[in-house]
Design a protein around this ligand. Structure first.
Ligand code: N5H
Length: 257
């Protein structure tokens, strides 16, 4: 599989630590020969990323700060990428946020503020970065985001995030139509539950993993590397006929009634 992304410049957003889905993706893209550009928001994740890259002997082409809550920050991040790298061929969006206290109990209790925050960081951010990234994808490109089954069905506790992911998945389709004429594709991976920093401490998470082991056709959970390889497929030309799609990487869990 190596070499599939040789010479391709791919932006990865959302590495917080080695458990991050974005880190599994990083390894898959690196193994396929991609040049990697990272964005992160916090100093803490920047330091983590530097250590991870060193430990795994991966050279980042560039690391820029980007706060997806700010249009100025997005503009300056992609400007910096344009100046230092020029053309990009792919973008991985693995960013989401909702207030922890709204990821339990009833969805009906969601606050206006919490609703808007989840939508802004988890869904609008894809729109905003697509707008910025498409200007740098002058040779065509591929954009991949991360979603979850709670967008399609009511999954206890997912609440405001389920609605944000529904918005994200609809955005994938609308964006795919917009940028398709420039040879740019937009797709999503719908991963099964994975123990990440974001998932840490959220109500009912362990139980969800147990249900997958019991009910999914493959009788096991998925991991970051499996999502990484599927994302690599979407970033590469192997998936050149696919856009606006949501691909489940969930041991088949979603087909079971
Ligand atoms: C049904 C479930 C379990 C309940 C819902 C979990 C939703 C998690 C997603 C969001 C993104 C988690 C989140 O924003 C947590 C924050 O409030 C607090 N955490 C942080 O700030 C950490 C430090 C940073 C790294 O996190 C972020 N987001 O920046 C769904 C699960 C079975 C599957 C799952 C966990 C889905 C998913 O969307 O991640």
């Amino acid at each position: 599989m190596s070499g599939l992304l040789q010479g391709k410049n791919i932006v990865v957003m959302g590495v917080a630590n080695e458990r991050s889905i974005a880190w599994g993706i990083t390894k898959s893209l690196h193994n396929a020969g991609a040049n990697l550009i990272f964005t992160n928001r916090q100093e803490r994740s920047y330091n983590k990323l530097l250590k991870l890259l060193e430990k795994n002997e991966i050279d980042a082409k560039l690391i820029v700060t980007c706060d997806v809550a700010s249009d100025e920050s997005i503009a300056s991040a992609f400007n910096e990428i344009k100046e230092n790298v020029g053309v990009i061929h792919g973008l991985v969006h693995a960013v989401a946020f909702a207030n922890r206290d709204e990821l339990k109990g009833e969805y009906a209790d969601t606050s206006r503020e919490g609703f808007l925050l989840a939508q802004e960081i988890s869904a609008y951010s894809l729109v905003a970065v697509t707008k910025a990234a498409k200007e740098l994808m002058t040779e065509g490109g591929s954009i991949v985001t991360q979603t979850y089954l709670g967008a399609e069905r009511v999954i206890p506790n997912y609440n405001v995030m389920g609605v944000a992911k529904a918005s994200l998945e609809a955005s994938v389709r609308y964006l795919a139509e917009d940028v398709g004429k420039y040879g740019i594709r937009v797709n999503a991976i719908s991963a099964g539950p994975i123990r990440t920093l974001a998932a840490k401490g959220v109500s009912g998470f362990n139980e969800k993993m147990g249900i997958v082991e019991e009910k999914a056709p493959l009788r096991r959970n998925v991991d970051q590397d499996q999502v990484g390889d599927a994302t690599m497929f979407f970033i590469s030309d192997l998936s050149r006929g696919i856009t606006g799609e949501v691909l489940h990487v969930d041991s088949g869990f979603n087909i079971i009634g």
